[in-house]
Design a protein around this ligand. Structure first.
Ligand code: FAD
Length: 583
């Protein structure tokens, strides 16, 4: 075993936050506001974290538009739409704390839309009983991110945009920091900390069509946690948005907002048929997200899709001015990326991997993981969304639980009498980087292997899965994993991006294996998880699935909601979706 690299830089802090999206920044702000030392690191610029893509809004039962709304209704809507796999404790905590989260964001200067009398505007989102979604045009994520970055800067939070974390440092079952490298010059970095908050996002970029951009949501949170000894939960539960762009290839999967269908967009196959008449004759294109994703998938799979593998979404029957006024961002997106004028031509679309509902197992109230001092939060954590995420709930999850994990990490740090260190753990982390850089003899580089993995996941673990397909996926994954062990990593004068891609790939391989294993084990169709060989929901599988590398998938019982929320769930009518955004 080699010693830690000689050029490794050491830093120490009370709390290390990995990730500068909404979840990581909110945690860092909590720590700084309460006088704790915090270092917040990311592999990408803080003003360009994945969070900036969030468009439609953020939920809280404020009752500004519908005074009868309460946190209890918010909790009931979330649990009902999660197909009974959400953790009721997480849901109830979120719904109760959501109004305070919006207050925090307003206090930090986030400019949400307001009514003429100054009240915050709230709009409908899919499957919410009342108008409870705050928004800032269709740039809500960007506005929230801007406010958080500004507040963190005001508080003097120490931040780094160039530190790629490769491993969490653990001694026994207690975290004591993280190991990584500087993306620009490759310098190894050791950050010693009493507590670590993992806010490193999800794993939806491991599908060929994904609403995430390159190099984000590559499964890093899952790999870092699993390698540290944590369990993952419900990794098979991935939300596919029905409409992502198909071309150009580099933009494949980019979201085509549900507002297009909300404004009257019509879906057709290549026979010119308005196929939603067969799948949901009443609601047509305003049906639920999972139904439309399945319909689009089926049309394409059964050969009625376009040559490029999509269906057509047409808004050109509306007059041009209406499209430009109601869908300006979509108009610009298609002109910029595809040189296509959507006021004259239909868009080619297909389902796109959009949100990781599974992730790192956390204890409901504190979001502590299986490792002491280690917390997970945001899209990389699990518990809130079950088998179907409600639009607008993920941003508020980041803000509510960001604050909570900040407070918990501070409490943990203050409770310690002695800090632990473990030179062997640091040396192992250093070896991992060194070995990857020394690998030679393979025929592959990280980028082509990333592509191969994304193709594999799309083919075998997309919208519809089956035992045969999932097993074929696992076999293919073994081949890719073997190539990862010999791939060449060649940082050059331009920086250490190639090493970052290699670690991204390692994260993606682990996340893919967990997804395939859990998808095999969930022998039923529920929410976003469709099994062609098990088309019905199985009451015996009203369970969460737990995954650890090399172990059989285990089951965890879902707890019951409180009697107050259970009463609201009884006899609950289906909430209409027509005219409600679902992002
Ligand atoms: C197109 C689109 C629209 C959406 N619209 C909405 C919406 O309207 N409402 C809503 O509630 N949700 C929406 N979502 C979902 C929501 O945006 C995300 O779930 C949320 O922003 C995730 O935030 P996060 O803080 O958990 O992670 P992210 O914002 O993904 O941040 C992850 C951070 O971790 C860092 N990181 C990752 N790996 C490493 C590593 N190895 N080392 C160091 N740093 C690392 C990254 O650099 C980044 O800073 C949308 C998503 C998409 C794609």
């Amino acid at each position: 075993m080699t010693q830690s690299a000689p050029d490794a830089r050491r830093t120490a802090t009370n709390v290390l936050v990995i990730g500068t999206g909404a979840a990581g920044l909110r945690a860092a702000i909590e720590l700084a506001e309460t006088g704790n030392q915090v270092l917040c690191v990311a592999k990408r610029r803080r003003d360009d974290a994945h969070t900036v893509l969030a468009a439609g809004g953020i939920n809280a039962a404020l009752g500004t538009m519908d005074p009868e709304d309460t946190w209890q209704f918010h909790a009931a809507d979330t649990i009902a739409e999660a197909y009974h796999l959400a953790d009721p404790k997480v849901v109830e905590l979120l719904a109760r704390e959501a109004p305070a989260a919006i207050d925090d964001l307003v206090r930090y200067g986030a400019e949400f839309a307001r009514e003429e009398d100054g009240r915050l505007s709230q709009r409908y989102f899919g499957a919410h009983r009342f108008r409870r979604t705050c928004f800032a045009g269709d740039y809500t994520g960007r506005e929230i991110q801007r406010a958080l970055v500004r507040r963190a800067a005001e508080l003097g939070v120490q931040m780094r945009d160039d530190l790629y974390v490769t491993r969490l440092l653990v001694s026994g079952a207690r975290v004591f920091g993280a190991y990584g490298f500087d993306v620009d010059d490759g310098t190894r970095q050791i950050v010693l900390a009493d507590a670590v908050i993992l806010a490193a996002g999800g794993h939806t970029r491991i599908w060929r069509r994904s609403s995430s951009r390159r190099d984000e949501n590559t499964g890093d949170a899952m790999r870092l946690a699993a390698d540290a000894g944590c369990r993952l939960r419900d990794m098979e539960l991935v939300q596919f948005h029905p409409t992502g762009m198909i071309s150009p290839e580099e933009a494949a999967g980019t979201l085509v907002t549900e507002a297009v269908r909300g404004e009257g967009g019509i879906l057709r196959n290549t026979d010119g048929e308005r196929f939603m008449e067969r799948y949901d004759p009443e609601r047509l294109e305003l049906s639920t997200r999972d139904r439309i994703a399945l319909a689009n998938y089926t049309e394409i799979a059964e050969g009625r899709g376009t040559e490029a593998g999509g269906v057509l979404l047409d808004i050109s029957h509306l007059d041009r001015e209406t499209v430009l006024e109601r869908l300006p961002r979509m108009y610009r997106q298609f002109v910029d990326l595809a040189m296509l004028d959507i006021t004259h031509n239909p868009m080619e679309v297909a389902p796109t991997a959009h949100y990781s509902m599974g992730g790192v197992w956390v204890e409901a109230e504190t979001h502590q993981t299986d490792i002491e001092g280690l917390y997970a939060v945001g899209e990389g954590a699990t518990g809130l969304h079950g088998a179907n995420r409600l639009g607008g709930n993920s941003l508020v999850e980041c803000i509510v639980f960001g604050r909570i994990v900040g407070a918990e990490a501070a409490r943990w740090s203050a409770s310690l009498d002695v800090t632990v260190r473990d030179r062997a753990a640091i040396a192992a982390a250093a070896d991992e980087v060194a070995e990857l850089l020394d690998q030679r003899g393979g025929e592959e580089f990280p980028r082509p292997l990333q592509r191969a993995l994304r193709d594999l996941m799309s083919e075998h673990a997309g919208v519809v899965r089956s035992e045969t397909g999932l097993n074929a996926g696992l076999a293919g994954l073994d081949t890719i994993a073997a190539q990862v062990d010999t791939m060449e990593v060649r940082p050059d004068i331009a920086g250490f991006d190639d090493l970052a891609h290699a670690f991204d790939l390692k994260g993606s391989v682990l996340a893919a294996r967990a997804t395939l294993d859990c998808a095999l084990e969930r022998r039923e169709t529920r929410g976003a998880h469709n099994r062609s060989d098990f088309p019905d929901q199985d009451p015996d599988l009203t369970m969460n699935l737990l995954w650890r590398p090399g172990e059989p998938v285990a089951r965890e019982t879902v707890s019951e909601p409180s009697s107050e929320i259970s009463a609201l769930l009884e006899g609950r009518d289906e909430v209409p979706v027509a005219g409600r955004l679902l992002e």
